[in-house]
Design a protein around this ligand. Structure first.
Ligand SMILES: [Fe+2]
Length: 345
């Protein structure tokens, strides 16, 4: 029995197109509330990330790292329900045997169904508050987003629409700078917009930009990042292009530069990484708030940190821009948003 429902086209297009799958993990005992609380308690506390964010999902930079201090899993779940938080248990498959077994099963299935080899994978468990969001960005690895609980609106943009520059994506590959991709709401005209529901998994081509807005309920999702030989090659080409631009004044283009040069770029990237890699200006995230153990969901901002304040009429209606029957529509073709309003929710 497979974890995902496969079709011939899904097998063929896996990793190359936007694809929607159904899965049966939503009712797995692995992700019941009690199991999630135990998982948080087992997870290394120093690796647990707690974030909060502003209220406009189109604005970059309103994203604060916080401290969970000694709150246990049950208290953190209460805080997520009551507050505006994004818990990230990064790479949980590397520390938890049950999640590792699941992850191994997923990639064994992908290999069987598609022939695709996976070189490395990181499963992040995301537990996030009602109406929380993640702004427009792109990831260097391949991504699968598995929805376990709640509904989140996923805005998925074409990778080849000119919505980011070569220099910008190279900067992300080099970890040169904060992953700020300028976003304008007109991009939504070319977005695939889907309300991702429990039992669905969405995957997209490498580097496709995306942003996410939760519905008015707690969300539990698995964000699985992985690299195939092809995607790792591509990531190293981006890395080398970034070095060529920054160290040698070149102006490479990942789409237009000769493929013949790529083996040399791979060598350049590997040598640079072996000598410590590119030293960028990425701002280390500093903690800016603590959770208040006595008031679930309340934030104690550090001195001098501007607090995020909700706008009037918060929260806004969630599903104003998505057809009610969107899950019936094919997802391997981009779907146009029905609105281009400045605020997508
Ligand atoms: Fe992402």
């Amino acid at each position: 029995m497979t974890l995902l429902t496969w079709t011939d086209s899904n097998r063929r297009d896996f990793g190359k197109q936007n694809l929607l799958f159904n899965h049966d993990l939503a009712n797995s005992d692995l992700f019941s509330e009690a199991a999630l609380i135990e998982l948080i308690d087992r997870y290394p506390r120093e690796s647990l990330e707690v974030f909060t964010m502003g209220y406009d999902p189109t604005v970059f930079g309103e994203w604060y790292l916080g401290r969970a201090n000694n709150m246990d899993g049950a208290a953190l779940m209460q805080a997520v329900k009551a507050g505006r938080l994004w818990l990230n248990l990064r790479r949980v498959n590397h520390v938890d045997p049950a999640v590792r077994d699941l992850c191994d099963r997923i990639f064994a299935e992908v290999k069987t169904q598609t022939g695709q080899t996976n070189l490395k994978n990181d499963l992040g468990l995301l537990i996030s508050s009602p109406n929380a969001h993640v702004v427009y960005h792109l990831d260097i690895p391949m991504v699968m987003l598995w929805q376990i609980r709640g509904v989140k609106k996923v805005y998925l943009y074409p990778v080849d629409a000119g919505f980011f520059t070569d220099a910008q994506i190279e900067g992300i590959a080099l970890r040169e700078s904060d992953e700020n991709l300028p976003y304008v709401t007109a991009f939504d005209d070319k977005a695939l917009i889907h309300d991702l529901k429990p039992g669905e998994m969405l995957t997209w081509p490498q580097n496709a930009p995306h942003r996410i807005v939760n519905g008015d309920m707690v969300n539990v999702s698995l964000s699985i990042e992985y690299m195939t030989p092809k995607s790792l090659w591509h990531a190293n080409v981006l890395y080398a292009n970034g070095l060529l631009r920054r160290w040698f004044g070149r102006n490479p283009s990942v789409a237009k530069s000769p493929k013949l040069l790529e083996p040399f770029k791979i060598v350049l990237a590997r040598i640079a990484k072996a000598f410590g890699g590119f030293k960028g200006n990425k701002t280390p995230l500093v903690e800016r708030f603590s959770l208040d153990p006595s008031r679930p969901g309340e934030l104690l901002y550090d001195d001098g940190v501007p607090a995020f304040t909700p706008p009037l009429n918060w929260p806004h209606p969630f599903a104003t821009s998505v057809p009610a029957n969107d899950s019936e529509a094919p997802v391997n073709q981009p779907k146009r948003a029905k609105t281009t309003s400045a605020r997508p929710i």
